[in-house]
Design a protein. Sequence first.
Lengths: 251, 251
Amino acid sequence: MPGTVQSIERAAAILRMLAGGTGRLGLGEIAKSLDLAKGTTHGILRTLQGVGFVEQDRVSGRYQLGAALLHLGTSYLDINELRSRSINWADPLAARSGEAVRIGTVLEGRVLVVHHVFRPDDTFQTLEVGSLLPLHATALGKVLLAYRSALPPAELERFTRRTVVSPRELAAALEQVRLAGWGAEIEELTLGEAAIAAPIRGYGGLVVGAIGVSGLVERMCDTRYRPHPRLVGYVRDAARAVSRDLGAARH
Amino acid sequence: MPGTVQSIERAAAILRMLAGGTGRLGLGEIAKSLDLAKGTTHGILRTLQGVGFVEQDRVSGRYQLGAALLHLGTSYLDINELRSRSINWADPLAARSGEAVRIGTVLEGRVLVVHHVFRPDDTFQTLEVGSLLPLHATALGKVLLAYRSALPPAELERFTRRTVVSPRELAAALEQVRLAGWGAEIEELTLGEAAIAAPIRGYGGLVVGAIGVSGLVERMCDTRYRPHPRLVGYVRDAARAVSRDLGAARH
DNA sequence: GAACGCCGTTCGGCATTGTCGAACGCTCAG
DNA sequence: CTGAGCGTTCGACAATGCCGAACGGCGTTC
């Protein structure tokens, strides 16, 4: 790829690698995985350490992500227009539906959660902002797939017995999403849980994200094991409201 | 600085710049600020865009931070030992004190908030994880300064009429912190608010962070405008507990 | 206890790599 | 219509960062 700086690409690959694996990695592992000389890898890591993107454990010599990335990540949230426009509508959606609300975009073949409102009851929940979810097994992901040229991953990972793993079946589901204007997922990622999502459109009608609710199947679905039309209506209303905000913002 | 990759340093400088300024920046601005040729800057930005660290607004052509940074930032939180060890003790501290709890480390002359537990009451609060606070005007920062070789910034910014801006006064305050084993801040960053903090020690007794509570002055302080000894006790207990966890973790 | 293997680190020489500066197309304002 | 400003492209030069081999420390093994 001409015109690009490959030392930066290599640095990014190292960071991704450190983010993927749990815990610290050794210089040798990193160098071998990326097919780089140890000396080269060391130079990049030393530089990344200098700018705070990487830290080194003094006793083991291994490397891990650095603190500067945390601030960059939250700065991204502050800037992100999708998120800032969504916040005003996510809270009411959570209140009306009584469920947790999440907003997501596509990143590297996965769903990146950019906003998360807890379910209104006070049970323990963990913040999922910044986490990556599979495209084919979440309501947010299906909606994003349906309206994007982005293709689903070749290998559809199975999470539960209800996960859609057949490409044909998935294509049919996506067509269904396009026809209905919203998508759902029922026990396809975690047994006992379900979700509903609708697309958020930016300027020119382009889908830039998705908003949805998720929770226990018995609350999300009716007696026929189908998503509650009432919840679907809430989600679609919220998605339209955010889309209007985003479109209006593009004078 | 020999042995370091300067294209990566330049890329990091660009990212810091994008994180600092609010909103998007133009190529020209960036190039001028860093004394780089426009072509060079463009190559770096194009690469950063390729790896998702930077996004470009299609209509204005300006650049902003990218989504990949969000996941890297939260991955840092997952790895971070200071944070993971603190979580179990931060919640009880918030419950006992009835105040918001924050845990911080030093990053580039500021306090980086790595964990934040909301005040137990249900009033509206915004998550401060990832934000940067001044060292000299926060309880967390004073504690970190007192036990670190890191020097306070030459220029002490004034936030309120109570902010300590004289280096001599600050040095005295830090000495006080070292003697007492804890630090406080009363209306030095925001009028009406105060905070108490204590140091967290890692292996070998080295201070690696600080934990503290913050809230309205009338709840944090007694009638003599001094921090409640009861709250100070809670904070110090929590700090010791986390330190023990961290020390024990280093088999 | 000595030899081994593995780790992160250092260093010098080569050529690959990224840098520079000028020129291009474009949009917007005057 | 003209000018200034924007982001972008391109080619030539040499500075830059890459590579590979060698170093010193540590833990393990036999």
